[in-house]
Write a protein that binds this ligand. Sequence first.
Ligand SMILES: Cc1ncc(COP(=O)(O)O)c(C=O)c1O
Length: 410
Amino acid sequence: MTAEAVAVTRSLSGNTPGGSAAVLEHYQQSLMNTFGTPKRVFVRGEGPYVWDADGRRHLDLLSGLAVTALGHAHPTVLSAITGQIATLGHVSNFFATPAQVALAERLAAMVGSPGAAKVFFTNSGTEANEAAFKITRATGRTKIVATEGAFHGRSMGALAVTHNPKYREPFAPLPGDVTFVPYGDASALTAAVDDDTAAVVLEPIQGENGIVVPPPDYLAQARAICDGHDALLWVDEVQTGMGRTGSWLVHVDQGVRADIVTLAKGLGNGFPIGACLALGRAATLLGPGSHGSTFGGNPVAAIAGLAVIAVIERDGLLERATRLGEHLVDTITGLGHPLITGVRGRGLLRGVTLAAPVAAQVADAALDAGFIVNAPRPDVLRLAPPLIITTEQLDSFTEVLPSLLEGTSR
Ligand SMILES: Cc1ncc(COP(=O)(O)O)c(C=O)c1O
């Protein structure tokens, strides 16, 4: 970095005069209130830790929100991004770059279809799902079967397949012809899917709904049901994909072929990138002019994705996610705490289920104690730590968990 760049970075990331309170006052005046009042102002991250504007260190057990799987400021990702931006930071999609093509090929191989899967790059999971939604419309059919509890994003198309009425109702009418069925219930899918169905959209594990794991053969059954009606199977791996659950992609690990796969979050380790992959006949449904993006597929985002994949492979992080996930389950259930009813999920995407609706209180207490977790449901705590975390760092949270639970008013 040049001296000038170092100075600018330091001035933006050092302890802020007036600390968090001063930044939050300006935040409230200048940002839309879509996220509520931020609980902390963060200025720096390294590995699994982030530091707030008052100088306090926190263990980031959420990885942003299932994003920074390699931890903050990972040196390989950092040098890939800075090297690329110093060489070529942007070209329009009238042109191609080697990084974009290399990442598309890696992702196509990941879905088990090198040469037969095609990629549309986006900047987020929502946009990846928007692209997927347009692919389904290009089949000539309009009906989509989605699941209760599903979350696929907040744009109008992604919201149309997201279930939560609180998110949907204020923005009605949404793009139509979406039927919701109970998640994990293959007979409900059988009853809902017919010859008018363009696609079934599913998360392999519902993340925002509280880490809900369906029966083991659910995705395979969904595949068979889609095949029976020539409908597309659209698998949203935005939260579950890119190693978080101990395999690159849950559905591939289960031997299921999808027609459309959406990715984002962990793909860029914090650099914004999403991808919509389409296989077989779905791969050619969108043609020139039917979709686009100014930034999607830019070389810096693409090189970040390539660096993430290389580090996960080099450092054996898939196996590590599986091993540490099992360690988390053993140690948390081993507490034998009366408020903890179980730990569900896969790899390092876990939901700690509670016997009372105190998850938000526990998450607040955890933050005060220097740990970042969240409460996707009133009775579920979510843990999605970076894949590079150590057992000692995980244990430091498990050790304080009983005192956090005991501090709640039930
Ligand atoms: C399964 C799933 N799909 C889509 C999205 C939306 O992704 P983004 O916030 O990157 O737009 C999310 C975000 O939480 C998600 O969990």
